[in-house]
Design a binder for this molecule. Structure first.
Ligand code: GDP
Length: 369
């Protein structure tokens, strides 16, 4: 059924068909006055910004002209999937605007982790990517760690400008925005969405006391992250919600580790050495011999090797092999975007092969911890 009404909150055209699309209003809510879309309803009544998502290309198309306005860009990345959640074409759309890098979910790092070391590591990654940032702040939106630093850094760097908050999906952008809403707005009536010029995209705006706004933008969907590839019910086990408990494995060459049925790590050749797995505790790691690995996967995926369970396996893209030659002399991680990483503790070098669902990013990087 088509509805020819507009939301009294944000002005978007209303529709009753697709929950995931802009302007959705449940049938029942059509009886009530004023007519208000579900998104505005949630914002008004629960102070909750529900996330809209876009592919990176659409994001750039719709929000590309942030570069031509004066603004502070707050970019949120997820420490659990740092490379996977970096916005690769950020430089293209921020123009000469300052970027504040907020590294979220630091509560997931093991308790003993040294924060300065993490900051230095992030600084080196930022430099490698040729990005310029005015500040790097570590925080946990969920556990409310470092949030004061986020606020004070925003205050310090925004000058007399609006603030755009950008991030990939699942980095915790909504959690952070909801905290900002709670901190900044006391009048629910003030909180509103407004249409981004020249588009049908409405953005959540949090008013600041000087007439400027903090503006929430849609989450960018990156299909190179395992979190975007699995079914919703496997997202829980995949994304850790407690500090990581790293698992150490002493392996000989020609041994394999399975991460549920989601990925496989082959130690093909090299000296006996130890590997530390930083993945969600809910993902079972299964060790086997390399020459038995194909057979084990074929016979036991979805059962002994899970998640995903049998019902969802068909929808997981087939595993694709990435060979990796790890040089000697430095500590490296193998990152499987969205699943976590495996640290090579010895600096003896190794020949590896990682099998991950097609399209999922697999990279070798300087060890984080
Ligand atoms: P968005 O897609 O970027 O808006 O992300 P959400 O705010 O919806 O968060 C995605 C998931 O990450 C949810 O399961 C959150 O509970 C979780 N999350 C958000 N912030 C943190 C954090 O600081 N630490 C941890 N461990 N999880 C977080």
């Amino acid at each position: 059924e088509r509805v020819d009404f507009h939301c009294a909150g944000c002005g978007v055209g209303l529709q009753t068909e697709d929950k995931a699309k802009l302007g959705f209003i449940p049938e029942a809510a059509l009886q009530k006055e004023p007519l208000i879309c579900q998104r505005c309803y949630r914002i008004k009544h629960y102070n909750e910004s529900s996330s809209i998502t876009l592919q990176q290309d659409d994001f750039l198309k719709l929000l590309g002209h942030i570069g031509q306005t004066k603004a502070l860009v707050v970019k949120i990345v997820d420490i659990f999937d740092f490379e996977g959640s970096m916005i690769s074409s950020l430089a293209r759309f921020v123009g000469s605007n300052p970027v504040l890098l907020v590294v979220n979910k630091i509560d997931l790092l093991p308790k003993v982790t040294n924060a300065n070391k993490i900051i230095n590591w992030v600084q080196r990654r930022v430099k490698e990517a040729n990005l310029r940032v005015v500040d790097i702040v570590l925080c946990s939106a969920k556990k409310n760690i470092g949030f004061d630093r986020v606020i004070s850094s925003v205050a310090e760097h925004r000058g007399n400008m609006d603030v755009y908050v950008v991030g990939a999906t699942n980095v915790g952008k909504s959690t952070l925005i909801n905290r900002l809403i709670r901190d900044y707005s006391d009048l629910e009536a003030e909180l509103t969405t407004s249409q981004y010029p020249g588009t049908t995209l409405d953005l959540v705006k949090i008013p600041l006391d000087d007439g400027h706004y903090i503006i929430d933008t849609p989450g960018i969907v990156y299909t190179h992250r395992l979190t975007e590839v699995v079914k919703k019910r496997d997202l829980g086990p995949l994304m850790p919600d407690k500090p990581l408990k790293p698992m150490v494995f002493q392996l000989n060459e020609a041994q394999t580790l399975f991460f549920g049925a989601l990925a496989r790590f082959d130690f093909v050749r090299g000296e006996h050495q130890s590997f530390t797995c930083y993945t969600s505790n809910a993902i079972q790691i299964h060790r086997t011999k390399l020459d038995k690995a194909d057979e084990l996967y074929a016979e036991h995926k979805g059962e002994l090797l899970k998640p995903p369970g049998k019902a969802d396996l068909d929808e997981l893209p087939a595993l694709v092999k990435t060979p990796l030659n790890v040089p000697k002399g430095k500590a490296f991680d193998v990152l499987i975007s969205g699943l976590g990483w495996i640290k090579l503790n010895s600096m003896a070098g190794a020949q590896l092969a990682v099998h991950a669902p097609k399209g999922v990013k697999v990279i070798l990087r300087e060890a984080l911890i």
